[in-house]
Design a protein around this ligand. Structure first.
Ligand code: ATP
Length: 617
């Protein structure tokens, strides 16, 4: 459900700094308007009952201070007659007003409770929405975003920074509810005496300005303390780091004098500064009390003496003033805190910005598989705009055939195959599926028909079974078992403490590179992909593992379109097409035998592997 504020209200909110600091939060309220509105309504009601309570307190004091005076009236006839009982005895009136004070207090407490509950609820909904918004964004971003952004930073944004935003929300809610109560206070004191109200507000504002100036000066005066602390730290550090030199030069006495002096300097600077720090609070208290006493004297000698104000009203006025001053302080303190969280709010805003991130706009066509070929047409690609990693790559990958990529480390092999499941879009040129641009397809429908098997396949923190059946629902046990067997993984799985139920990943068993790859093969097999991307392990595996993997890969490849990155040339001798990449460009392509016969790059790699038995990549 969407809820929009009227335009004039939005303009008004925009004009205030509250809006500026909290637009991210306020904008989210439209998605859970009921909770947000209820939180505001309850805090209004709490403020109203605070006001009623104070009004009744005035009546109570009037009855108490001057029992014979005209009873307190609201002007609402039925209320004055039946509830306040203006025609009843003094004692009855006192009881009635006490009852009303109690009732207002309990109702206020009740509404405060509801305000708290609904503010917390709104806060949880807000965080929930932001979590989901960020996640949705992560889902639709190109992989290049994740390689650029440190995963720690991203994690920090979704945990700590959102935690700080939550605090901003709480502080803002506090400011709003306290602000409403303040308005009620101000309305009451103005209704008691506008002259006294204006003069007290002016005096307290003056006091506030004066104190904050003093505070600033005191903070500046504490600068020598931090300088002295800094000097002390560096001397201590120098001593520790240079202890060998100090001892060998027998300069202990010299170092002692330096160290003692630095430590004494802290005491001296601190002593001077503390006189400034310590003065602020008592000065504030003294001045505030002086103002209050001054006002009481003026009120008593002028307003009460000439009959324009009753003693009870004066008492109520002072009572409210005593509550008002700390409330203003609290609001100001919280505003300052909100400003200190500005960085976190800005970080989240930055994270949610959509105009500065590499999105992969999703197409609408459903991908139903390749009938003829995947083609790369004049493809350029760079992870950044300056360095092209692939240049003018044109390549046809025929359906049902095996295409192998060969080249030195850093030639761009992984980058090239990453374009096929659309982890990235080419900077220039196109990837075509039977002549249709890959960007026109729904990316998920493309990826569902592909599987990538590589040594650094991610292993999730879950059981072996769930890792094999990752992302598939309702796969039967026999199929998982078959896939594991087929991938030559059954043996090592059965040797694990709990077989298919063994927990893997960070909190479970760690797998070797070869075992990971065999699990990846089992995972891929279960998905029965039409297009298979194989990224051969670069690190050396023992010959048994290598043979097992090779065996299962060959079985897995049968009848599929395979794009393989090969480091060991022996694995691609039977490939239908071998493509040699050098510095992002295709330099040779043909069958293995054709390329060998040409005596070019592949021939060189072939010679090298046969001479040293090492890998090409
Ligand atoms: N995420 C990335 N961000 C920036 N540059 C990258 C990224 N991934 C790879 N590169 C750079 O792109 C170039 C090609 O890398 P790529 O991984 O495609 O080569 P490769 O042929 O697969 O190498 P290897 O055989 O070592 O795996 C390299 O210079 C590499 O530094």
């Amino acid at each position: 459900m969407q809820f929009k504020l009227p335009a004039f209200l939005r303009q008004l909110l925009k004009a205030t700094s509250f809006w500026k600091d909290n637009d991210l939060i306020l904008r989210e309220f439209q998605y859970f308007p009921k909770i947000a509105i209820l939180a505001v309504v309850f805090s209004l009601l709490a403020a109203a009952f605070e006001g009623f309570g104070l009004g009744f307190l005035l009546a109570f004091l009037q009855n108490l201070v001057n029992p014979s005076a005209e009873p307190f009236q609201t002007g609402i006839r039925w209320f004055d007659l039946w509830i306040l009982g203006i025609n009843t005895s003094e004692t009855s009136r006192l009881f009635r007003v006490s009852g009303l004070i109690l009732l207002s207090t309990w109702l206020r407490a009740g509404f405060n409770y509801l305000t708290y509950v609904y503010t917390e609820k709104a806060q949880m909904h807000l965080v929930n929405r932001l979590h989901k918004r960020i996640f949705e964004q992560w889902q639709s971003l190109s992989l290049s975003y994740f390689s650029k952004s440190q995963s720690g930073e991203l994690l920090n944004s979704i945990t700590s920074e959102i935690g700080r935003l939550r605090q901003v929300f709480n502080l803002s809610a506090f400011i709003m509810t306290k602000g409403l109560t303040l308005l009620v206070y101000v309305a009451i004191i103005f209704s008691i005496s506008w002259q006294l109200s204006i003069s007290s507000v002016m005096l307290f504002v003056l006091l506030g300005v004066g104190l904050s100036t003093l505070n600033k000066q005191v903070r500046e005066a504490s600068f020598p303390v931090s300088q002295a602390n800094g000097r002390f730290a560096s001397i201590a550090m120098e001593f520790i780091n240079g202890i060998r030199t100090v001892q060998s030069f027998a300069t202990q006495d010299f170092e002692r004098r330096r160290f003692y002096k630095a430590s004494d300097d802290i005491v001296e600077a601190g002593t001077n500064a503390v006189m400034g720090w310590a003065i602020v609070r008592p000065l504030a208290e003294g001045l505030a009390t002086t103002i209050l006493i001054g006002m009481i004297i003026v009120a008593l000698t002028v307003f009460v003496a000439n009959g324009t104000m009753q003693t009870a009203s004066l008492l109520t006025f002072l009572f409210i003033l005593f509550r008002l001053v700390p409330a203003v302080h609290e609001i100001n303190g919280n505003r300052a805190l909100i400003s200190s969280f500005r960085g976190s709010v800005d970080n989240i805003k930055e994270l949610l910005r959509t105009d500065n991130k590499p999105y992969l706009p999703n197409g609408v066509r459903e991908f139903t598989g390749v009938k003829k070929a995947i083609e790369l047409v004049s493809v350029d690609f760079g992870y950044d705009p300056i360095h092209l990693v692939l240049q003018n790559v044109t390549l046809t990958i025929n359906r049902g055939q095996m295409t192998a990529l060969v080249g030195a480390s850093g030639a761009g092999k992984t980058t090239l195959v990453d374009l096929i499941p659309r982890f990235y879009d080419p900077t220039q040129g196109k990837v075509l599926m039977d002549g249709v641009d890959l960007r026109e397809f729904d990316t998920n429908s493309v990826r569902r028909r592909m599987a990538v098997v590589s040594q650094d396949t991610f292993i999730f923190n879950t059981s072996v079974r769930n890792n094999i059946a990752y992302g598939l629902d309702g796969v039967d046990e026999a199929a998982i078992w078959e896939a594991a067997k087929f991938a030559n993984a059954l043996e090592f799985i059965q040797e694990m403490p709990e077989g298919f139920d063994t927990q893997l990943g960070d909190r479970g068993v760690r797998l070797s590179g070869g075992q990971r790859q065999r699990l990846a093969i089992a995972r891929a097999l279960l998905r029965n992909p039409e297009i298979l991307i194989l990224d051969e392990a670069t690190s050396a595996l023992d010959s048994v593992s290598e043979r097992l993997i090779q065996e299962s890969l060959e079985k897995l490849s049968t009848g599929r379109t395979v794009i393989a990155i090969a480091h060991r040339l022996s694995t691609i001798v039977r490939a239908d097409k071998v493509v040699v990449l050098e510095q992002g460009r295709i330099v040779e392509q043909g069958t293995y035998q054709e390329l060998l016969a040409q005596g070019g790059k592949l021939w060189k790699y072939h010679q090298m592997q046969h001479e040293v038995g090492s890998t090409a990549g």
